[in-house]
Ligand binder design. Structure first.
Ligand code: TXE
Length: 494
């Protein structure tokens, strides 16, 4: 029986012996079999986290001690980088090289938070009264449910686990049921590094079953979630009854503006990467191209040519440039999305169907797709496909470009290309999105905050704020020369 749940410092199989197979998106082969937690297992994990938190076993560690632990976890992940990348590549179908980049980013995340923990966060406040010492101190928030998606499985979990550990929280991790293997590997590193029993727990299984208690249980103080908008809304509703803290990253439909005065060749090349990297399964994918009318034909013609020659392939295909979609249902969703776009008036220029190559027959491969003649009223412009689908809109003026780019319920990221530095600065400032790239698209660094405006989420991961999400702030006022307050009369003698 497989024992891949990590609860209260021990590896366990599901209480009913349940397990489920993980299938390769490349060819549907079984790449792993993992335990599938029951409701009882989830409750046990919450109990372990709550008990460890309330016991002070980890909260009593100093920030320096917890930073050292997180640094050690980074070292262990570095030692095992290739093995973990292989598991992640198996689960997601992405190329090994991409998975290795991702795990390197995971390690950088742990190192960032280890360093951040060494900074002084507490401070004295000058309240203007000499006898008073006023201090702001930071304390661990409590028990956290950390729920991750399948596109960057370990990276998205690392953005939550590393700050939670530095802060001194106890937690329960739930990776996507589609991509559990790298989270199991992380838990082994957390255990080997010497994390106290009960602080870190891992449950596996579908969100509808395993997720329920993680988001509803009153003993959970916070839910940090990365995934779809609908699930994020479910989590918000569940959080109401006990006013849980929430950190939500819910994706986006990210505008990518190219002005006529841009370095057009660089802009085109980056537009192709922005839209089709990881087959568009990226929350910050630049799938919404907004191009100045005078250069539309040149830009779109070249993007279509480049999109048509992108090589699709599985984890071990050294010639591949991107991989399959995560699942059959996701492939079906992207297919319908494109059909709907065409039905509402978009012009399909390339792609628009599943790959017909024989070597892709058992996998979820969808061709890079460009839909031209789109406008902000269309579903395919407003909604995220989370697949390799670029929509194209045109503009004539700077004000129009800004209005189009902001006409979306999302606000995760956006990019713009122009050689006019003043214009670029004006547009960057006017865009209502959490990250703006000027003459670039896509890079992020652990030291810089990441998160969305509007329906792209709540809160920020990474940067300094990313640690703050897992901390409570307490003000301690100490009067060193106590005296009567004198507010109410003491009534005197009679
Ligand atoms: O995500 P879900 P899905 C977007 C993208 C995609 C859509 C749906 O548009 O097409 O979301 O993807 C867990 N209680 N993103 O269906 O369902 C689930 O088990 C608690 C954007 O895969 O939101 C998994 O661990 N947990 C995104 C996690 O939530 C629940 C990346 C995400 O799954 C739950 C992925 C519940 N009731 C998809 N229901 C990004 N922001 O990068 C599900 N889960």
């Amino acid at each position: 029986m497989v024992a891949t749940l990590y609860i209260d410092g021990a590896w366990k199989s599901a209480s009913d012996g349940g397990a489920h197979d993980v299938h390769s998106p490349h060819n549907q082969s079984v790449v792993a079999t993992v335990s599938q937690a029951t409701q009882d297992d989830v409750l046990d994990a919450i109990t372990a986290a709550r008990t460890s938190f309330d016991s002070g076993i980890f909260t009593s560690w100093s920030f320096e001690q917890r930073s050292a632990l997180v640094g050690k976890i980074a070292d262990l992940l570095e030692r095992d980088l290739k093995a973990i990348a292989k598991k992640e590549s198996d689960d997601t179908g992405k190329r090994i090289i991409e998975a290795e980049y991702d795990i390197a980013d995971v390690i950088a995340t742990f190192r960032h938070f280890a360093a951040l923990g060494l900074k002084q966060h507490d401070r004295l406040v000058d309240v203007g009264i000499s006898r008073v010492n006023s201090r702001i101190v930071h304390e661990p928030l409590g028990v956290c449910s950390l729920i991750g998606p399948w596109n960057y499985p370990l990276l998205q979990i690392a953005w939550k686990v590393a700050p939670a550990l530095v802060a001194g929280c106890s937690f329960i991790v739930k990776p996507s049921e589609l991509t559990p293997q790298s989270a199991i590997a992380l838990m082994h590193a957390i255990e080997e590094a010497g994390t106290p029993k009960g602080v870190a727990n891992l449950v596996l299984g579908p969100g509808s079953v395993v997720g329920h208690h993680l988001i509803n249980d009153p003993r959970v103080d916070m839910v940090s979630f990365t995934g779809g908008l609908n699930t994020g809304q479910t989590i918000m509703k569940a959080a109401v009854s006990t006013v849980k803290r929430l950190a939500l990253e819910l994706g986006g439909k990210n505008p990518h503006i190219i002005f006529a005065d841009a370095d057009i060749d660089a802009a085109i090349d980056n537009a192709v990467t922005a839209a089709f990297l990881h087959s568009g399964q990226v929350c910050s994918a630049g799938t919404r191209l907004i191009v100045e009318r005078s250069i539309h034909d040149r830009v779109v013609k070249e993007i279509v040519r480049r999109a048509g020659q992108i090589r699709l392939g599985g984890p071990d295909d050294l010639t591949a440039e991107t991989g399959p979609l995560i699942s059959k249902s996701h492939l079906e969703g992207v297919t319908k999305y494109v059909e709907k776009g065409v039905a509402e008036g978009a012009t399909l220029l390339v792609g628009g169907k599943r790959s017909e190559k024989s070597e892709h027959a058992n996998g979820w491969y969808y061709l890079p797709t460009v839909l031209d003649n789109c406008n902000t009223k269309m579903f395919c412009v407003q909604d995220e496909s989370f697949g390799p689908v670029m929509t194209v809109e045109v503009f004539d003026t700077e004000a129009q470009a800004i209005a189009i780019a902001n006409d979306t319920p999302f606000g995760l990221s956006g990019g713009l290309w122009s050689k006019d530095a003043d214009k670029a600065a004006r547009v960057a400032s006017a865009l209502r999105h959490g990250t703006i790239w000027v003459n670039d698209f896509g890079p992020y660094k652990p030291a810089a905050e990441w998160g969305g405006y509007k329906q792209s989420g709540i809160g920020r991961e990474l940067g300094e704020h990313g640690l703050g999400e897992y901390l409570e702030i307490k003000h301690i006022w100490t009067n060193n020369a106590p005296s009567k307050s004198g507010w109410f009369s003491d009534g005197g003698e009679g």
